[in-house]
Design a protein around this ligand. Sequence first.
Ligand code: NAI
Length: 288
Amino acid sequence: MVESIKNVAIIGAGTMGQGIAQVCALAGYPVMLYDTQPEITKTAIANVRKRLEMAVEKGKLSANLKDEALARIVAVGDFRQLQVDIAIEVVVEKLDVKQKIVAELEKLNAIDCILVSNTSSFPITQIASVMKHKNRFAGLHFFNPAPVMKLVEIIRGAATNDHTIKVLEAFVESLSKISVMATDSPGFIVNRIARLFYAESLKIVEDGVSDFQTVDRLLKETGFKMGPFQLMDLIGVDTNFAVTTSMYNAFHHEPKFRPSRLQQQKVDAGQHGRKSGKGFYEYPQTDQ
Ligand code: NAI
């Protein structure tokens, strides 16, 4: 078994994968970053560079530390190169895709490598059902934006062993984050609560009670850092919709988790938020 983490692989270089890569690299870990398409990995590293350069400009990071962190992130074009202490699965919120990846990863990696999923909604035990070595698999749920948000939920599957949890707790601490143990249930803690926040906001707009800009403005004025529609654009409208759909199914169609038609329409229109240049709001290219 891995005693402590010395290097990291990240599978999926989208919104969360690139943020987690940045966090790990800044904490001193060599990071291998993989995505199905090499251009996505390239864009991800370019985005990390942009964010670190901005931090240097603002005096929050030295140029040396920025260069060292960037040098630690390596794009990997082949799954088979991922020989590491921990592999973090950060791909689209689809159960079959996640299961395929964890099953492949456990075949390729050293027998004692720890595998985790950043899933927002699927129970860890359900993802792990296709695995042989379920004891070293857990949930490690970062929040968006990963470089800013301090909280990380650690989710113990039915078969996850104590050692894996201990190593993960130390890993999260080494990233200067705060870990919270969450029960293995659909959506864990934060996303289960957050579903109702999004659902009611979408319903208010669908019912014509208010428009989305006003809802955002009002909630910000009452103390929220971002309005629900700004937050959906940041998260990815598609990802947010996938999480709601997954939880609706997992809770046997409980009405409070019913996905919104308005959100479905945005997904169908390819208006996925910041990452696609348009969601509820529009984003100039440089803003993404
Ligand atoms: P995203 O859509 O921005 O990125 C997903 C990436 O996975 C894409 O780059 C895609 O090319 C890649 N991918 C798809 N299939 C793959 C495969 N077979 N092998 C390698 N890469 C593959 O999604 P995002 O938002 O980064 O979400 C990823 C995961 O993180 C999801 O499980 C999501 O629920 C979770 N999450 C998302 C948060 C958010 O705010 N966006 C917050 C916390 C968790």
